[in-house]
Design a protein around this ligand. Structure first.
Ligand code: IVH
Length: 661
């Protein structure tokens, strides 16, 4: 293979992968492999300048920065299109077209309205010769080196053709997200939306920056001298020439066809990889387009049917923290009402504490709000240049705004939660439904509709209140006949006799599911030792890790949760007690008594270690005591042990003995 052949082959390979990536959206090699091919070609061209060529993919990577853009006068003006916002305007458009043409029905080419930057590409003798922005429609800017850097734009097309192609440069949403991630990581300003990022990249004096942005291009018009045929055929031809053309394009008939297309694309809008702000309808036949002509600066043959804007800017009136049914705290921006995504929005989520910090949204800020499809409106970014002086960073609450319980957040979670559990009004309905559910207390007939009423009428605040309901309370509820009230009352009574594991599960402690509840029940045998168990003691329960241990402790340390538990027991909730499951190695359970101060661990920790092995800790020394563990300043218990002949262990011995049990 001659050197020339080798270079040609390399160029073809690179352009093929370019097409696979940008046009077909189906890359076959990794970025690293692509970069390696490019480097190889660059080196060959550097060593052999005679082989350089304007259509080489190396010409895409950008050259020396320009000091300004040259002006380009468009051969035919780049027009705008009239907009329609509702069905009536679309029907009126079709009516006018039919009347002007004097025909019964019209075929339209329909395609997405890309939300990017309009450009014009000129090819001479099959080579990309010039690229320009739309500018004011008559004159634009010569951005040829930048457009060369757009991988989706072919540098050479089949045949020695002269032609002009118009279309839109844009950035895929996923590439935009990645770009912003990089900006954030580098501590630099984030872009507001893909259109701004794409437009900024095209109107760059340094084409190296353009090259680094992964811009895309979609062709939507072929400007030819002889307007024969149809727009849809022109798009097919562009596609064959290697230009990306939207796969969403279609031809439809009449106003009904247009509206159906609008609805169909509207449903897919969120799923498209790029942003669109509407769809464009064009009379398909070129001869009819010509006949229809223009009014001022817009053609009579085309119409842009817009979707409601998904982003708007508005003012933040305040920031509130809401508590969800599971106790999750969500910061919400209260907004000056704004019409976005087809509805008026006055609240937008800030997701969580970290997001709020990252975006640094403050009262008085002007923000971009986004509402895409069914998604809850969110604050995208703050327009820092419009921030009023003296504004203050929002402080995330440390106590639940509903019930005042401590707000907790585990290290591996983005969500902060109220630890109020049973006590927190926001979590009440959820907590009650869980409490009554089949695998918990199994209260038959206590479903969502009834729980809603009980909470809303303030008849029930905690699960314990359920057991205090009389038949007359229940019979007063909607959809509740005397008979069903009696049934529910009976079900409540019936549920009181339960098992410890169901009871623990029913409390709805975060991270404590059925199987963990069972582990606790087996390990502790009854409720009181669980209530008193320290975090280290909880950690001794098989399969219990620090996250569970911590949330159990947090739950039980809330005074009001303890009160609910006490009340439940007072109203008669009970379970058969069992001996804690012996752990250890099948040996008999030993009884320890702790006295004095240990140096390496606290009393709680020592107790936990003993209990973890299935042994017991007693408060006083008797003949049944197996070991007395004596720390510093041990007192009367030590004397008693000696008197009774009970084995006394120093701290170090204790650990050895325990280890061997
Ligand atoms: S056709 C004669 N087709 O919309 C009609 N324009 O108001 C010429 N646009 O900035 C335009 N997607 O860049 C056409 N599929 C599409 C389009 C489209 C986006 C933009 C165009 C221009 C504006 C026209």
């Amino acid at each position: 293979m001659t050197l020339e052949q080798k270079v040609r082959k390399l160029r073809e390979t690179i352009e093929r992968h370019n097409r696979l990536y940008y046009v077909e959206d189906a890359p076959q090699i990794t970025d690293a492999e692509y970069d390696a091919l490019m480097r190889e070609l660059q080196q060959l061209e550097e060593r052999h300048p005679e082989l350089r060529s304007a259509d080489s993919p190396t010409q895409r990577v950008g050259g020396a920065p320009l000091s300004e853009f040259a002006e380009v006068r468009h051969r035919a003006p780049m027009l705008s299109i009239n907009n329609a916002f509702d069905e009536e305007e679309v029907r009126a458009f079709d009516r006018r077209v039919r009347e002007t043409l004097g025909v019964e029905a019209v075929e339209y080419a329909a395609e997405p309205k890309f939300d990017g930057l309009a450009i014009s590409l000129t090819y001479r003798q099959g080579l990309f010769a010039q690229g320009a922005t739309r500018g004011d429609g008559v004159t634009g800017e010569d951005v040829t080196p930048n457009l060369r850097a757009v991988g989706a734009i072919p540098l050479r097309i089949a045949g020695k053709t002269d032609l002009e192609v118009r279309g839109e440069v844009l950035m895929y949403k996923r590439d935009f997200d990645k770009l912003n991630e990089r900006q954030r990581a580098a501590g630099q300003k984030e872009y507001v939306n893909p259109r701004n990022a794409a437009a900024g990249a095209v109107r760059q004096l340094d084409s190296k920056i353009t090259a680094s942005r992964r811009l895309r291009f979609f062709a939507y018009a072929l400007i030819s001298e002889s307007p024969a045929g149809t727009h849809s055929a022109a798009l097919d031809r562009l596609e064959k020439l290697g230009f990306p053309v939207s796969g969403e394009r279609d031809t439809v008939s009449g106003a009904d066809g247009l509206l159906a297309y609008y609805a169909r694309i509207g449903k897919r809008r969120d799923k498209l990889p790029y942003a669109i702000d509407g769809v464009v309808y064009k009379v398909n036949r070129f001869d009819w387009q010509e006949k229809l002509g223009f009014v001022s600066r817009a053609p009579r043959f085309a119409l842009a049917h817009k979707y409601p804007a998904e982003e708007q800017s508005t003012e933040v009136l305040g920031i509130e923290v809401q508590v969800g049914r599971t106790g999750a705290l969500t910061p919400v921006a209260k907004l000056k009402p704004v019409f976005v995504g087809g509805v008026t929005v006055s609240n937008a989520t800030l997701h969580n504490e970290d997001e709020l910090r990252r975006k640094d949204v403050r009262k008085g800020d002007t923000v971009i709000v986004r509402r895409a499809g069914d998604v809850i409106p969110e604050v995208v970014s703050v327009q820092l240049d419009r921030r009023p002086p003296g504004s203050e960073e929002f402080e995330f609450p440390k106590r639940c705004p509903i019930c005042g319980s401590a707000v907790v957040r585990s290290d591996d979670e983005a969500v902060a939660r109220c630890s109020g559990g049973l006590f927190c009004a926001a979590q009440r309905k959820q907590a009650l439904l869980h409490f009554a559910s089949r695998r918990a207390m199994d209260i038959e007939g206590l479903g969502e509709k009834i729980v809603d009423q009980l909470v809303e009428k303030d008849l029930v605040r905690t699960p314990a209140d359920l057991y205090k309901l009389g038949i007359e309370d229940l019979a007063g509820l909607e959809r509740m006949a005397e008979k069903s009230a009696a049934n529910l009352r009976a079900a409540l009574d019936h549920s009181k006799r339960t098992t410890l594991e169901r009871f623990i599960y029913a409390l709805g402690i975060r991270n404590v599911g059925e199987s963990t509840a069972r582990d606790f029940a087996r390990h502790f045998g009854d409720l009181p030792p669980l209530l008193e168990a320290s975090e280290p003691a909880l950690l001794q329960v098989p399969d219990v890790g620090p996250v569970v241990a911590r949330s159990v402790r947090q739950f039980l340390d809330e005074e009001h949760n303890r009160r609910v538990i006490d009340e439940l027991i007072r109203t008669g909730v009970s379970w058969p007690k069992s001996e804690p499951a012996p752990r250890g190695h099948g040996g008999a359970t030993k009884t320890f008594v702790l006295t004095g101060t240990l140096s390496g661990m606290s009393r709680d920790e020592a107790r936990a270690a003993i209990e973890a092995k299935g042994h017991k800790v007693a408060g006083s020394v008797s003949k049944k005591t197996d070991y007395v563990v004596a720390g510093e300043d041990a007192g009367s218990k030590l004397e008693k042990a000696r008197a009774l002949g009970v084995r006394v262990l120093e701290e170090k011995e204790f650990l050895e003995v325990l280890g061997g049990l």
